[in-house]
Design a protein around this ligand. Structure first.
Ligand SMILES: C[S@@+](CC[C@H](N)C(=O)[O-])C[C@H]1O[C@@H](n2cnc3c(N)ncnc32)[C@H](O)[C@@H]1O
Length: 237
């Protein structure tokens, strides 16, 4: 992410904590933005951490929740969270913990998919994502719909994380190149539906699969816009 690299190009960053690191989807961006920095990734999901360990041997991974970080106050130059804010059962508690463990002159980076400012192909992606999050919730997993841009900025205001810089990141790549790609997505949706077979909402969700097919054929499918925010622990003038 070029704006992030430019922002940090003259700032010395030695150690980073990536919260909700999962399979490590944000680690390449962190490694490119902060070459040579020591990175620790935390996530409560054991299987995801196993995959991340295989792919990023130089990163330290620990099983932990954002809302209860087992680090001393003021430990990291940067604390990041990518695509995981809407997975946190207690978002504000998680952000307060991130703020606690970042150094007084450190930075908080948030990379989060948003539900507004989307073109029609991205709206199709939102439909797919919200279908998944709906089924996750029915299965008892915490997974909310994505936040709007303003909702994220408001949460940061309420958790007193001063925002220093933000930008919207769009990839403009059609994720469905041919019919086979579309069928793969639809198969995934059908596999998810299988998990809630017999549930009263099953039929309504099945209709969403048909709607997804129609809209994806009409508009294509593009990843939703991400809001990327650089926040601070306190206001610097
Ligand atoms: C969509 S993945 C994002 C992974 C990665 N950060 C990325 O950008 O691709 C969301 C991650 O949030 C994690 N998560 C869920 N609840 C969490 C919590 N309470 N604290 C920290 N991470 C959590 C999930 O286990 C999952 O790995």
């Amino acid at each position: 992410m070029e704006p992030l690299r430019n922002y940090f190009k003259d700032i010395a960053i030695h150690n980073i904590l990536d919260v909700g690191t999962g399979n490590g989807g944000f680690l390449h961006t962190l490694q490119n933005t902060f070459p040579g920095a020591k990175i620790t990734g935390i996530d409560p999901n054991t299987e995801s951490l196993e995959i991340a360990r295989q792919n990023f041997p130089d990163v330290t991974f620990l099983e932990m929740e954002a809302e209860n970080l087992k680090f001393e106050d003021d430990s990291f130059d940067v604390v990041s969270i990518s695509m995981a804010l809407h997975h946190l059962p207690k978002v504000k508690k998680g952000l307060k913990e991130m703020k606690r463990v970042v150094k007084p002159d450190g930075y908080i980076i948030i990379n989060e998919t948003i539900s507004d400012h989307l073109n029609p192909a991205q709206e199709v992606h939102k439909m797919y994502h919200h279908f998944r999050s709906h089924i996750d919730r029915m299965l008892g997993r915490f997974h909310r719909k994505t936040f709007t841009k303003d909702a994220i900025l408001q949460i940061l205001k309420e958790t007193e994380v001063p925002v220093q810089f933000f930008f919207e990141h769009r990839r403009n790549v059609n994720l469905i190149e041919d019919e086979a790609d579309l069928e793969l997505r639809i198969d995934k949706m059908k596999q998810m539906l299988e998990k809630i077979k017999g549930h009263p909402e099953h039929d309504a969700l099945r209709l969403q699969v048909d709607e997804f097919r129609t809209k994806a054929m009409e508009h294509g499918l593009q990843a939703a816009t991400n809001l990327v925010i650089v926040g601070r622990k306190k206001i610097f003038t």
